[in-house]
Design a protein around this ligand. Structure first.
Ligand code: NAP
Length: 458
């Protein structure tokens, strides 16, 4: 256990924490600029994050006046760490250069030959900058990844519209997959008291994204009774999306790729599920042509389950599914998109969009208010973490590989300064009230799945 982790576990005062000297270096997961060509010529699927992600000591950067230093207890793997680790679609060093070039005060620090990645974190504030007003050393926090300058006027309607908006730990350096991180005070939110460090750490990025896409007026503003098709419904953003649809009185139709995931969705309360592998939908006849009859077959399968077309399609796989998503949405429906995992050059039949008055609406992470409201729902036990597996920081490459290969469910957590799972629960009574079974559904399901896989391999 590190000195800071010991002090935090012992519950020392904020004065004691503030007086503890920060180390000159700390452990962090990073990619290296001199390795950006290491996978040249390989197919995306063959690029291996275990080769590109390093865990070593790095120098402690200087803290800006509007920042805090957080001792990170746990973090998580997001898909953006997959992108950083395979250097696609562009090496993230390009983004660090852009940030450095912005000429903003303190921005130059980020341009280093290594990029500390990670866009989630839960931990304890151990230093506050001179311009930080609402947070104190000793506060237990979770970190959201919207990295914006609150003195920039373009961000004051919706900070996601800020000209300089970035994602911390992806488009900025000093990310959360480390023992310490530096974040702006406007990225901080209170840690849910009934959750462990790793359960708290996995939510902010994906939970806030799904909240904006479905609940916020900046997204689809889902109404009671609406039907919502959720692609990747047991994945990172999908696992929260399904919960938002159920909480809001909607009817989710989850799409997944195995009977185990169907079972998990049913346990989560999602009755209408399509196993896309069993359905064997061939939306693309070949690399260039799509097959409308397959879109129709998929649409019919949705109608068989819920009796109507989806009001909203929660879209993120991108190229492979967008044609089908546009086709199956209800007349006047919305296709909410936030990503393109399978390819960003999208093709769909525009006749199905305009003749049926559908719209495609884009979304990207969440503003502070949306992230705060989404975090409040976690803290009040209304939305559960979808943590399914936990790795130590040293195994960050393996954990990222698992996400890259779609071998996981929900979210994969990473222990940083926490040296074991289950630490950091401050309100066990409330945890009991919410229900251990509900909080740990994804974890228990994943353990069952591992045991089954191990048995099959014997
Ligand atoms: P994830 O945990 O890997 O889940 C993605 C899910 O997509 C998988 O569980 C898989 O489910 C499904 N999928 C994969 N390939 C598919 C295909 N060919 N057809 C249909 N479904 C497919 O990732 P995530 O964290 O949910 O993120 C999903 C995407 O959203 C990523 O590209 C990520 O970068 C992006 N994202 C964007 C934002 C933003 O703010 N813009 C925020 C978070 C994430 P099944 O195999 O079970 O069908």
């Amino acid at each position: 256990m590190t000195e800071f982790a010991e002090a935090i576990a012992a519950g020392v005062s904020s004065e004691v924490l503030a007086a503890m000297p920060l180390p000159k270096t700390f452990r962090a997961a990073f990619v290296q600029q001199d390795e950006v060509d290491m996978f040249a010529g390989m197919a995306s699927q063959d690029k291996d994050p275990r080769k590109s992600l390093h865990v070593e000591q790095v120098e402690f950067p200087e803290m800006a006046p509007d920042e805090v230093v957080v001792a990170v207890m746990a973090s998580s793997i997001n898909y953006n760490t997959v992108w950083s680790s395979i250097f696609e679609p562009i090496p993230t060093f390009e983004m660090l250069k852009r940030l450095g070039r912005s000429g903003r005060y303190w921005a130059k620090r980020h341009e280093l030959p290594y990029h500390i990645v990670g866009s989630d974190g839960a931990g304890v504030i151990v230093r506050v900058g001179s311009a930080v007003r609402n947070w104190r050393v000793g506060d237990k926090v979770v970190i959201h990844c919207n990295y914006v300058d609150d003195q920039d006027p373009t961000g004051h309607d919706d900070s996601m519209l800020s000209y300089d908006q970035k994602i911390w730990g992806f488009e900025s350096n000093f990310g959360g997959l480390a023992d310490f991180t530096l974040v702006k005070a406007n990225q901080l939110m209170p840690k849910p008291a009934h959750l462990s460090w790793e359960e708290s750490a996995v939510n902010a990025l994906c939970n806030s994204t799904s909240y904006r896409m479905l609940v916020s007026r900046n997204g689809a503003s889902m109404k009671q009774g609406q039907t919502v098709l959720v692609w990747g419904a047991t994945g990172g953003i999908g696992g929260y999306a399904v919960q938002y649809v159920l909480n809001g009185g909607g009817i989710p139709i989850g799409v997944v790729s195995s009977p185990d995931k169907v079972e998990l969705l049913n346990e989560l309360g999602c009755e209408a599920v399509i196993d896309r592998r069993a359905g064997d939908y061939k939306f693309w006849k070949d690399a260039h042509n799509q097959d409308e009859s397959e879109w129709r077959r998929f649409g019919n399968d949705i109608r068989k389950q819920v009796g109507e077309d989806p009001d909203i399609v929660f879209e993120h796989p991108g190229r492979q599914t967008m044609g089908a998503s546009v086709y199956v949405a209800k007349r006047g429906g919305i296709i909410m998109t936030c990503a393109a995992t399978t390819g960003y050059m999208i093709e769909y039949d525009n006749r199905h969009l305009w003749m049926k008055l559908k719209s495609i609406k884009s979304s990207h992470f969440a503003n502070y208010r949306e992230a705060w409201d989404a975090n409040k729902l976690i803290a009040k036990g209304k939305v559960q973490p979808v943590l399914s597996a936990v790795y130590p920081l040293e195994s960050v490459g393996e954990a990222t590989y698992v996400v890259h290969k779609n071998l996981h469910e929900g979210k994969v957590g990473i222990l940083c300064q926490a040296d074991a799972e289950g630490q950091g629960i401050d309100d066990p009574e409330f945890r009991d009230k919410v229900g251990e079974d509900r909080i740990t559904l994804f974890r228990r399901h994943s353990e069952k799945l591992m045991a089954k896989r191990a048995e099959a391999n014997q």
